[in-house]
Design a protein around this ligand. Structure first.
Ligand SMILES: [Zn+2]
Length: 413
């Protein structure tokens, strides 16, 4: 048991008892005998972040192929470099990504990449949560379709040894995956009760190409192919028409909004407020660092709020509470994880922030400060499942993680 003494929560100073992996009690004063008492004077507690769309191992591609649109960037810069990747590169790349996630307050992410067992090993080593899907991408080649299906089955059948890691499968997109692959993955997800993910309607070109090839838009196509539902995550979903918004709502499909990546690759701006008004479930993701170029959910909240206000031409779009909820509660909830709010009975996934940090003063509105002023230097401690994964900004083995990452970058250059 850990007792947090004198911590600032929702405008009051209180004590919080962490028992096992849960927030057990919140009260003005607690005097329970515990293993550890943490003096949190001048610190505030907030829920940690849930990043619902990223590609952790793309860390080595930060700063590559700048100022290009999605399709040129993928074909000219990303796919050729990814072809050099070997399984042994993934563990150090993922560990380095998780280091950045923890430093910026994230305790759960969902990935979309190759060599999942290596990422899984990195997640276990760093002690956070993840939803790790097997990635299907067959480029319409029948042999690749078959092997992807077999590997997805293998991945789903593998017994889960870590409760903090959830099973999933994903298809890259409708422009890289065949009908058979997408339909088989839909069936497998239902059979194994697994999460599904796909990039959807990221650019207008993707929508136009889909209409030309299949006679309907990407969301309509995925609906026909049975891919949608409350366990399905659509990454991006920038360009949806009213009928598609209805399909997303009807099926309870979750959107993973990646505003920085969309702006940076010139993919367009999601009409976030329109989606929120329609009652869609919107969560927040950074996408890979190759198109962001960071994994910070703090800056993602700011970009989400500002781009929504710009798109709607209204200051009322994407309020402070909307932006903060998308980065925390909405993501955890969509993954069925009881976190994202500081309340009794919830899992103890949280961050402590330094109320004397220059970006958090004056404390007129902590959430607003976190969205519009803060950077990662405000976060002093990060807990996941009741266990500290960062203390006083220190993460175990940090020097080794950085040195291993630098070695992989030089191997891949
Ligand atoms: Zn992506």
């Amino acid at each position: 048991m850990i007792l947090l003494k004198n911590v600032f929560l929702n405008g009051n100073v209180c004590d919080i008892l962490i028992d096992g992996n849960k927030i057990a009690k919140i009260a003005d004063k607690l005097s329970t005998v515990t293993d550890e008492i943490v003096d949190c004077s001048d610190k505030a507690i907030l829920p940690s972040f849930c990043n619902t769309h990223t590609h952790a191992s793309m860390m080595f591609l930060r700063g590559i192929g700048e100022d290009k649109n999605l399709f040129d960037w993928l074909k000219q810069d990303i796919f050729p470099r990814e072809a050099k990747l070997k399984p042994e590169h993934i563990y150090p790349l993922s560990r380095y990504a998780i280091l950045e996630m923890i430093k910026t307050g994230t305790t759960c992410f969902t990935d979309m990449y190759f060599y999942v067992p290596e990422t899984l090993r990195a997640v276990q080593n760093m002690g956070i949560r993840a939803v790790l899907p097997y990635l299907g991408m067959d480029f319409f080649d029948d042999k690749k379709t078959e092997s992807s299906i077999q590997q997805a089955i293998q991945h789903l059948k593998e017994p889960s040894r870590n409760l903090k890691i959830k099973k999933a499968i994903c298809c890259h997109s409708v422009y890289t995956c065949s009908q058979r692959l997408i339909q088989e993955f839909s069936n497998l997800a239902k059979k194994y009760d697994a999460y599904l993910q796909i990039h959807v309607s990221e650019t207008q070109k993707e929508v136009d190409d889909c209409v030309q090839k299949y006679g309907c838009r990407p969301v309509e196509l995925l609906y026909k192919w049975g891919f949608m539902g409350p366990k399905t995550f659509f990454a991006h979903a920038v360009h949806l028409n009213d009928d598609e918004i209805e399909l997303v709502k009807k099926t309870g499909t979750v959107l993973g909004h990646c505003p920085t990546s969309n702006l940076k690759l010139g993919s367009g701006q999601m009409p976030l407020q329109k989606y929120l008004n329609a009652g869609l479930k919107v969560t927040l993701g950074t996408d890979g660092v190759s198109s962001n170029n960071s994994l910070s959910m703090i800056s993602e909240m700011k970009v989400a709020a500002l781009s929504a206000k710009n798109k709607a031409d209204s200051v009322l779009a994407a309020t402070v509470d909307d932006a903060f909820r998308m980065a925390t509660q909405n993501g955890f909830e969509a993954f069925g994880i009881n976190a994202g709010e500081i309340k009794e009975g919830n899992l103890a996934d949280f961050i402590l922030v330094d109320m004397n940090n220059q970006f958090l003063l004056p404390n007129n509105n902590l959430k607003s400060n976190m969205i519009y002023a803060a950077d990662s230097s405000c976060i002093t401690d990060v807990f996941c499942d009741g266990i500290p994964v960062m203390r006083d900004r220190k993460i175990p083995h940090e020097a080794e993680i950085i040195s291993d990452f630098k070695q992989v970058c030089s191997d891949l250059s």
